[in-house]
Design a protein around this ligand. Sequence first.
Ligand SMILES: Cc1cc2nc3c(=O)[nH]c(=O)nc-3n(C[C@H](O)[C@H](O)[C@H](O)COP(=O)(O)OP(=O)(O)OC[C@H]3O[C@@H](n4cnc5c(N)ncnc54)[C@H](O)[C@@H]3O)c2cc1C
Length: 249
Amino acid sequence: MFYTEPVVTVLSRPSFTEPSHLPVNWLGESTDGERLAEFAGRLCYMSQRNPANRSTRDYLENIKRQGHGSVLEHANYSLLLEGVSRSLTHELVRHRAGFAYSQLSQRYVDESEANFVVPPAIVGDEALLAAWREQVEGAQRTYVQLVDQLMTRYGWVADRVHRRKMAREAARGVLPNSTETKIVVTGNARAWRTMLELRAGEGAEQEIRRMAVAVLRVLQAEAPAFFCDFEVYQAEDRREAARIGYHKV
Ligand SMILES: Cc1cc2nc3c(=O)[nH]c(=O)nc-3n(C[C@H](O)[C@H](O)[C@H](O)COP(=O)(O)OP(=O)(O)OC[C@H]3O[C@@H](n4cnc5c(N)ncnc54)[C@H](O)[C@@H]3O)c2cc1C
């Protein structure tokens, strides 16, 4: 199977429980993650009465404007990313602050029938696609042969699981950057914002940029107040990018 788009699934979102002894005068629509951040922010000044009569969206807009982004760190969102390449995740996991990752292991998982991700610049050009396919499919055939030969070579290793791991970890050396992988990414809203600012921008590599725009749309639906200052637009290279309103809150 060849992926041409990432698949983004929300695994978890914040659940907010308001303490009965510190009720907030909530105004306007909001989600649990947004309320959690507003509650945390209001606690700092004990302003639960909401003297300025701000809706949650307005309150969080002001937080972003003033760069008080630490209250956004209370709200965590876990996403499952599929249909992304190993080269994409290599770049993604460079984002450290506020993120946790769990990724499919090529040492434990058999890649004989792994899928691949078509690089965006190749999608839609039959000749380029054919050349790329020939290489990735050839690499996968070599991988299968190498695993087989390595299992024979290390036949003296009694533990079959360990032997398979030895074979797969060596054979994966021939698998291309385009090999599909799956990764669970948990990040707080502030961390997601910083990552999306960098990776949805025009300077980012095209596959991670496409993923970042897809993630942005998912998170904008989850918690508009955290992400509504991002604007998705059609860049000069005829692909989508996003620009941020408030840089690195
Ligand atoms: C377009 C683009 C091109 C790139 N090209 C390359 C490349 O050629 N080679 C390469 O190696 N990488 C490259 N990168 C990766 C880049 O260098 C960063 O590693 C990546 O973007 C993560 O950024 P970050 O460290 O700000 O993120 P995070 O690790 O999520 O950190 C977020 C913020 O927290 C603070 N922070 C985090 N850790 C520390 C710390 N230890 N000390 C102090 N402050 C900290 C900083 O303010 C940081 O910006 C590229 C990134 C982009 C977007």
